[in-house]
Write a protein that binds this ligand. Structure first.
Ligand SMILES: *Cc1c(COP(=O)(O)O)cnc(C)c1O
Length: 332
């Protein structure tokens, strides 16, 4: 079966760049949600610990439990605590759900400053703080999420401004811990002055920004390799795969490799995908296998999810998180 390889060197170099941007390793919270963006939850948690990262952000309680031993702090973005935990913090996304949180749980309040997705509206923060107190929860931090940190359309500045005002009013009441930056927002900061950054895609080396920054030095951590199933010479005029959409113009060697859309590779890359080593796909991506104009025993399918994303008309986040947990992951 195809194999995912994770580059320790690239991951650590990315963390060096992130650390330099924020002047602290303690404040890095590595976002490990959704199987660490497809990289493998435990593999990346282990590497993060090796580097000295103390904080992680995940989606669910189940993810938090799996990697609890690796970190001092975990933030769950979208789940409710059944019992309080010393290490795990839970996000409040909605005032109505506060009464479902177990008493004594540590919580962080997410505020909607313009993304209009999750979180409490700024006008409702007061009500949320009262409900948190009434439920006997321990409020540790107030945070927000940017909708457009990777775009230069002015929306980022508006959200930042709104959050700054909220921070000032909350500081006056003794609430002093805040965070707002994802990867793109971090690389927009001149001076980082919050308590934490929730960094995902930059650590995995696939951040794309419309402006020059240190982020250009980040390198992708994940590559996908596949092994040859079989190989044959295709004569001129013969078709390959379902629908025979690849037709040889002259006699060529076409080999079949052990990965397909059931492993999470996009079928929309059929016919026009070219690998980093300039190997052309031969016809359609099948469920469990795909053919290429190559005689290699082992084929590098991609080493930069952004290139696959371009071909599939999507973003690197989707390419990465689509990679199925059953694929073997190896750190090298
Ligand atoms: C996924 C997520 C992040 C990480 O975003 P990147 O763009 O990958 O850095 C940060 N904060 C929240 C709330 C998220 O859901």
């Amino acid at each position: 079966m195809a194999e995912i390889r994770l580059s320790r060197a690239n991951f650590f170099a990315n963390l060096d760049i992130i650390k330099e941007q924020m002047q602290s390793v303690e404040k890095i919270a590595l976002v490990l949600k959704d199987n660490a963006y497809g990289h493998g939850l435990c593999e990346m948690a282990q590497l993060a610990q090796e580097y000295g990262i103390k904080r992680a952000v995940v989606r669910s309680n189940a993810e938090a439990k799996k990697i609890e031993e690796f970190f001092e702090y975990l933030l769950v973005l979208a789940d409710t605590p059944k019992s309080p935990s010393k290490k795990i913090r839970y996000t409040i996304n909605n005032i109505q759900k506060i009464k479902k949180f177990a008493r004594g749980s540590i919580v962080e309040l997410k505020v909607d400053t313009g993304m209009s997705r999750n979180g409490v509206r700024v006008a409702d923060v007061e009500e949320a703080l009262l409900a948190i107190e009434k439920q006997g929860l321990v409020l540790e931090s107030v945070f927000t999420h940017h909708a457009s940190a990777d775009e230069l359309d002015g929306k980022y500045e508006k959200q930042k401004e709104k959050f700054s005002k909220l921070k000032e009013s909350l500081k006056a009441r003794g609430i002093n811990s805040f965070h707002s930056c994802n990867s793109a927002a971090l690389f927009r900061q001149k001076e980082f002055d919050e308590d934490m950054v929730r960094v995902g895609i930059a650590a995995y080396g696939c951040l794309e920004l419309p402006f020059a920054s240190n982020a250009q030095k980040l390198k992708p951590v994940l590559s996908l390799y596949a092994k040859q199933n079989s190989s044959r010479v295709i004569e001129s005029g013969e078709g390959v795969g379902y629908g025979g959409t690849f037709v040889a113009e002259e006699s060529v060697v076409v080999s079949n490799y052990d990965f397909g859309y059931a492993d999470g590779f996009f079928r929309s890359c059929s016919c026009n995908y070219i690998t980093p080593q300039n190997v052309q796909i031969a016809g359609r991506i099948s469920m469990d296998n795909s053919s290429f104009v190559s005689d290699k025993e082992e084929l590098l399918i991609f080493d930069d999810a952004r290139e696959v994303a371009k071909c599939a008309g999507t973003i690197s986040y989707e390419v990465l998180t689509s990679l199925k947990p059953h694929l073997k992951r190896r750190i090298f």
